[in-house]
Structure formats: C-alpha cells, structure tokens
Design a protein around this ligand. Structure first.
Ligand code: UDP
Length: 239
C-alpha cells in the first residue's frame, strides 16, 4: 500500500494528494456541491462517499470492457488511488438525448432523442466559464492534435455504449455525460476524473425522474437520496 503525501490540488469536489509512488495519486471525494461555476456552494453530508462508490464501480466496469483508464482501487469510503496523468483541459461531453445547455442554446425540447450520439468539447477554464469550442479551436490552442481528437471521440463513444447498457439494466436512461482524459508520462491518453451523478444526466427509465446533480442545480429534490438510489440500483444489478 502506498503512503499518502502532500496535497497536490484541491478542486470543487475532490482533493488530490501525491504518494510515495510518483506514478500514483490519492484522491479524496468531498461533500461539497457547487453549481453555476462555483457561485452556489453547499456541504452535503454523504455526497463524497456516494460519488466515490459510484465512480469506483463504473471505472471497474469500464476496465473489464477494455477501456484504458486511471482507476487503481478504492481504498476507503471516500478515497481512491489513481494513476497520475496530466489532465487535458477539455470537458468531453456526449449527448444521447437533448437536455441542459444543448436544449437552452439550440431550442430543442429536453427529452428529445437525438438521431445519433453527439460529442462536444468545452475548454476547461473556470475564468472563461468553460466555453464551448470546436475541433479547430482544440487544434489551434494546441490542446490536442488530430489523432488525439479522433481518439477522444472514439473513446467517449465506447464509454457511452458500456454505460448506456449498464444504466439500462438499472432502469436508468443515460441522457448525457462529461468525461475528462489525461496523458501518462509516455504521452498516451487514458480516461481520468470521475463518472458519477455529478457528471452524468440520469433519468428514471419509466418516470423520467432526475437521478443526478440537476436535483441540486435546479433545486428540485434531495441530492443524497437520488445518488443513493443510483448506487442501490447499480449494486442490485451487480455490474
Ligand atoms: N457537466 C459536468 N461538468 C460541468 C458541466 C457539465 O460534469 O462543468 C456534465 C453535466 O452533468 C451533463 C453534461 O456534462 O451530464 C452536459 O452538461 P450541459 O452542457 O448540458 O451543461 P449544464 O446544463 O449542466 O450546465
């Protein structure tokens, strides 16, 4: 077991620590919830534990399906070990069904199924409010080259297939989700960050009830009880 070292980075929902193994980082999931790019902030008891459990379970399922990713292991209720990567400053979003900013910007009703899954890039820069950018912006800003852009799109499509099936078994529709990727020291790109109801839109298959962070963003429900519901359903289906 590696030893926890100094704090490397504190984000909105996680703290990252170095370890005595320079290829491994120690992650602590926090109870903090934020919305509107950090303008609204609350401590929600139990959130860190739920996201750690859900993310760990999902990354294990993705690893079984051959997706290259950073997860090493869950080491406590709120902590994991991950491989150290240099995060690519992109939020890579895939949408199966119209919702959120897509619906607002393009005037498409929330809930409308898209004719095929679409991939979008957002430049991860808080001071700019994470703007929507296209492939050429990614190239010109030297965030990734053409081959890497193709790889990011192919990987998120694979993840979509695995997650759509996994959530479907839990009677949940995967509306859209955000991924982050990172580079290992050899330059190769792997999936990183978290996959949880903070980063996915999840609707009940029958009732379309929101089972994700929108309950907090839109103040329409209790975050802990819906995240618990997602975890329980995933565990019941032994993914
Ligand atoms: N998302 C995320 N982090 C962000 C922005 C979006 O994880 O900073 C996720 C969000 O949960 C949803 C998807 O990305 O599953 C698409 O979000 P959208 O662009 O619709 O933005 P929102 O409506 O959440 O502002």
């Amino acid at each position: 077991m590696v030893k926890k070292g100094e704090l490397l980075y504190e984000g909105k929902a996680k703290r990252l620590y170095i370890t005595d193994d320079e290829t491994v980082l120690w992650v602590e999931y926090l109870n903090q919830a934020t919305a509107s790019n950090g303008l609204r902030k609350d401590m929600i008891q139990g959130k860190g534990e739920l996201n750690n459990k859900i993310t760990s379970l999902i990354f294990e399922a993705l690893a079984k399906c051959g997706i290259r990713q950073h997860f090493v292991k869950k080491i406590s209720e709120t902590e994991q070990l991950i491989q150290k990567v240099e995060i690519i400053p992109l939020e890579v979003v895939l949408r199966n069904i119209a919702a959120g900013s897509f619906s607002k910007r393009l005037g498409v009703k929330e809930g409308k199924k898209l004719s095929f899954p679409i991939v979008e890039f957002y430049f991860k820069e808080d001071s700019l409010d994470d703007p929507f950018i296209n492939d050429e912006h990614v190239l010109v800003l030297k965030i990734a080259n053409r081959e890497e852009i193709a790889l990011l799109k192919a990987e998120i499509c694979k993840v979509n297939e695995v997650l759509t099936e996994l959530f479907h078994k839990a009677k949940i529709k995967l509306i859209d989700f955000k991924l982050e990727f990172g580079r290992l020291s050899d330059g190769s790109i792997i999936l990183a960050d978290e996959i949880s109801p903070d980063t996915c839109r999840l609707w009940d298959l029958e009732t379309n009830e929101h089972l994700d962070k929108d309950v907090y963003r839109r103040e329409i429900g209790d975050l802990v009880s819906v995240y618990k519901e997602v975890l329980t359903r995933l565990l019941e289906n032994e993914i």
